[in-house]
Design a protein around this ligand. Structure first.
Ligand code: AMP
Length: 397
């Protein structure tokens, strides 16, 4: 069975085509700058053929049509007909409280997702656009929605409710939802497999450290807390997002700088985090380079980032009553060796002891704690698209 996975943003669209018998990727890539000058399609197939097609891609529909042409192309295509695609799996940013698992999309469900789009105004409309275009271009093919929030729907009330007037929760759905759910769920399951233990019996802290970053406390296979909140702005320090701050800073800066809500929102989401604190870049590699060259502000940004992750490890060990495993994933978690070392320094009291030789790895599935450490530490590359493909297959089978 072949499954098409789509992650549609407002001006970009990432895709993968899976052969589910082997879970191999047949083709993958991205369409970028949709509706903007210099748009292009990047395409790579399982024979190692790579293409970058520069074309005027004015709409998502035009982008997906171009992609379909290439999937069917004689020289580098991987399909004979689009009928070989048995279903399309879509990443959907927000499933609110309604969707605690992936679901076959129909008009009723889509109306419910649309009604929740004010919870993720930057993402949901783009996700819906991807779904609509696929419905139009592949009318006979089932479409499945896989929500970033679903995995965290197991959180107890005390973890997801904020201490705000309760009516805001009732009226507007203001609560913690959490994101990166497919990633946290996937790496927690993989960690149990790597330890050859039952996920239901483990206390795992998952650290998804990428440009967006979040952590989750996964107890007995269920998310009981996570660092992102009502939106993906809360929690860890991220590439350009501030993470946790005193909320009183928001009106304070707004008054001082005479900012409108959209302007302060932009600063907290796009100009803060590693970029804001370092004054260098949002990219961990750039900041590491600057810090190595003696830039003290870059060094400080790294320390702030690491310190926040360490605090959450402590918090999640506390709420779970201990921790059996800590998992690092995503761009920084999988690759930043020094960052992992710094985060875990001083956590020996939790049974965490890193093996520096084992930790000298990037992007590979590996246990990096010393052999006799009570708490295992692991690097596990995430694979959100595979989770979407598996859920999609299960739903249509
Ligand atoms: P992601 O959003 O998961 O793609 O992660 C992007 C982040 O991972 C960026 O901050 C990158 O700088 C960081 N990253 C990727 N490769 C490395 C590496 N080799 N060392 C340190 N950070 C890395």
């Amino acid at each position: 069975m072949k499954i098409f996975v789509i992650n549609c943003g407002s001006s970009s669209l990432k895709y993968k085509v899976f052969e589910m018998e082997t879970e191999n990727v047949l083709a993958e890539g991205i369409i970028e700058r949709i509706g903007i000058a210099n748009s292009f399609l990047k395409y790579e197939n399982n024979k190692g053929q790579e293409l970058k097609i520069e074309a005027e891609i004015k709409t998502h529909k035009a982008g997906i049509q171009l992609l379909i042409e290439n999937l069917l192309a004689a020289e580098h295509g991987v399909l004979e007909s689009m009928d070989q695609i048995k279903a399309v799996g879509h990443r959907v940013a927000h499933g609110g409280e309604k969707f605690d698992s992936s679901i076959l999309l129909n008009e009723e469900i889509l109306a419910e997702v649309e009604a929740m789009s004010d919870l993720a105004p930057l993402h949901t409309p783009a996700n819906l656009m991807g779904i609509r275009v696929c419905q139009e271009l592949m009318p006979q093919t089932p479409q499945v929605g896989v929500f970033d929030t679903s995995f965290h729907q197991t959180m107890p009330e005390k973890a997801y409710l904020y201490a705000l007037p309760y009516e805001y929760y009732k009226k507007y759905g203001v609560r913690r939802y959490g994101f990166h759910g497919t990633s946290h769920g996937y790496v927690a399951q993989k960690a149990a497999e790597l330890l050859d233990q039952d996920l239901e019996e483990l206390k795992i802290i998952t650290c998804h450290l990428g440009n967006g970053a979040s952590m989750a406390a996964v107890k007995n296979g269920k998310s009981i807390d996570t660092s992102m909140g009502f939106t993906p702005l809360e929690g860890l320090v991220m590439g350009t997002r501030c993470g946790d701050i005193d909320p009183a800073i928001v009106p304070f800066i707004m008054e001082k700088e005479d900012l409108k809500p959209a302007e302060i929102d932009n600063i907290l989401n796009k100009k803060s985090g590693l970029a804001g604190a370092s004054g260098v870049s949002s990219d961990m590699r750039d900041i590491e380079k600057e810090a190595e060259a003696g830039n003290e502000q870059a060094e400080l940004a790294l320390e702030i980032f690491n310190y926040r992750v360490k605090k959450y490890i402590g918090a999640y060990a506390a709420v779970m009553g201990g921790v059996d495993a800590v998992v690092f994933t995503a761009g920084i978690g999988e690759n930043a060796i020094e960052t992992r070392t710094e985060i875990l320094k001083g956590l020996e009291y939790l049974g965490i002891e890193i093996d520096e030789q084992a930790n000298n790895c990037r992007g590979e599935e590996k246990i990096i704690s010393s052999a006799d450490a009570k708490t295992k530490v692991m690097v596990i590359p995430t694979n959100e698209e595979l989770v979407i493909a598996r859920d999609t297959k299960n739903i249509v089978s």
